[in-house]
Ligand binder design. Structure first.
Ligand code: FAD
Length: 398
């Protein structure tokens, strides 16, 4: 076989890339993990919330060995939360028990990359993948262009992945399939630090929701999400953020004294995983593969689960002669149902998110309550949820 510089090049050292690199390197493959950032983990763009192991077992019941993935080191954890409170248009509220941690992503992402390095992966920050060459990638490192060859390239370069697109994978291009998240880290926030808050309403977060995620006593990630087809012409994401902070009847009170310490912005794929996440010598993982939980935009858990599967499958491919299809079969087996259910739920909520009037109608019809919200959060679709789905489609899609 033709000699290549590496067995695997992983483009992007977020959670998906670092887990892929760690798993592949731990099986004695020669792995290069690159990231365009000068320092891995910076800048981060995230609400930094990760469900607890207990919740992950309910959210992804088929995913294996979750205890090894959902145990971030204590020094990355800034806060532990036990509830999520949903605030709907018109003042209607639902609060559910749901445990999780808020991590410092800068520390957490670097920790995951360090673990990959300790497993044997070579790390290269300040290295941007420019193109696929057929034998590997064209790379710009500290200003210099070079070609690096590998037997498998992993697209772990985040939402609307350049590598996945260049590799011929079916990355969605429709703005409807992405949310933009705009967030400030703020101090002097009046909050209950044990509760994540999610606010809905077309006036503040068209097509998704706004959030206050407590990072500590009075520090929080305060953000709004929006999907462009739902936004009013002439308004940008910052306008919605300003509205949320200054005009939301409850949030504006909590944020009255708050000051920003950081601004973060990024895209989140919300249309479910790519139809195909592998090619002959490429695979996509994490946001690059659309592996987020579409109903809430959470992408860290799928990135960890699918990254680990990706590294294992690459080893099966290179060492045992299996095809890369194994990767897709395995992640779909472990996580496919959760992500599919979540997409179905997102489509249901789309019918409500397009107007507050519809939301109020659904509340009056008794469709939005503690039980249904819990099922939405856990991506559970049972007979009752199917009935609600049918009702929403019948009543609202007219
Ligand atoms: C505002 C906001 C809030 C969010 N809040 C949460 C939350 O609270 N909880 C949650 O679970 N998820 C949240 N998400 C989603 C979450 O951040 C992502 O799903 C998660 O980071 C996906 O991990 P990843 O490894 O696939 O990609 P990323 O973390 O995006 O990592 C991709 C990496 O690739 C690198 N890269 C990109 N292009 C290149 C290139 N050409 N060459 C080299 N390197 C490249 C980037 O520098 C980056 O480090 C949020 C997203 C946003 C935008």
């Amino acid at each position: 076989m033709e000699e290549r510089d590496y067995d695997v090049i992983v483009v992007g050292a977020g959670p998906a890339g670092s887990l892929t690199a760690r798993e592949a390197a731990s099986r004695d493959l020669r792995v290069l993990l690159i990231d365009r950032s000068l320092e891995i983990g910076i800048p981060d763009k995230c609400g930094e919330f990760i469900p607890s192991l207990e919740e992950m077992r309910r959210l992804a019941p088929r995913a294996e060995d979750l205890e090894a993935l959902f145990d971030p080191p204590g020094w990355c954890i800034l806060n532990r939360t036990s509830r999520v409170r949903f605030s709907f248009p018109g003042g209607f509220e639902v609060s559910i028990p749901f445990k999780g941690v808020v991590v410092e992503r800068k520390l957490y992402d670097k920790y995951l990359a360090v673990e990959a390095a300790r497993a044997g992966a070579e790390l290269m920050p300040n290295a941007k993948a420019i193109a696929l060459t057929g034998r590997g990638i064209l790379l710009k490192h500290s200003g210099n262009l070079s070609e690096v060859s590998a037997r498998v390239v992993v697209a772990a370069d985040g939402a609307y992945s350049l590598m996945a697109r260049r590799g011929g994978l079916p990355v969605p291009r429709d703005p409807y399939d992405y949310a933009v998240g705009y967030q400030h880290e703020m101090v002097d926030v009046d909050q209950d630090s044990s509760t994540i808050e999610m606010y809905f309403g077309e006036h503040y977060a068209p097509g998704t929701y706004a959030w206050i995620i407590p990072k500590g006593r009075d520090i929080a990630n305060v953000g709004v999400g929006a999907r462009t087809p739902y936004m009013k012409p002439g308004l940008g994401i910052r306008d919605y953020f300003d509205r949320f902070v200054k005009q939301h009847p409850e949030a504006s009170e909590r944020l009255r004294k708050a000051k920003s310490t950081a601004v973060k912005v990024g895209f989140i794929p919300v249309s479910g995983p790519l139809k195909r996440t592998y090619g002959a010598d490429i695979l996509a993982v994490g946001d690059a593969a659309g592996q987020t939980i579409p109903s809430v935009g959470g992408g860290i858990p799928p990135a960890l689960i699918c990254g680990r599967i990706a590294g294992w499958a690459i080893a099966q491919h290179l060492l045992e002669g299996q095809t890369l299809r194994l990767y897709e079969e395995e992640w779909r087996r472990q996580l496919g149902e959760t992500l599919e259910n979540s997409l179905r739920i997102r489509r249901m909520t789309d019918l409500l998110l397009s107007s507050d009037r519809r939301f109020n109608l659904a509340v009056k019809m008794g469709l939005v309550n503690e039980e249904t919200v819990m099922k939405v959060v856990l991506c559970h679709i049972d007979a009752k949820m199917k009935l609600i789905e049918g009702t929403l489609l019948r009543v609202l899609k007219r």
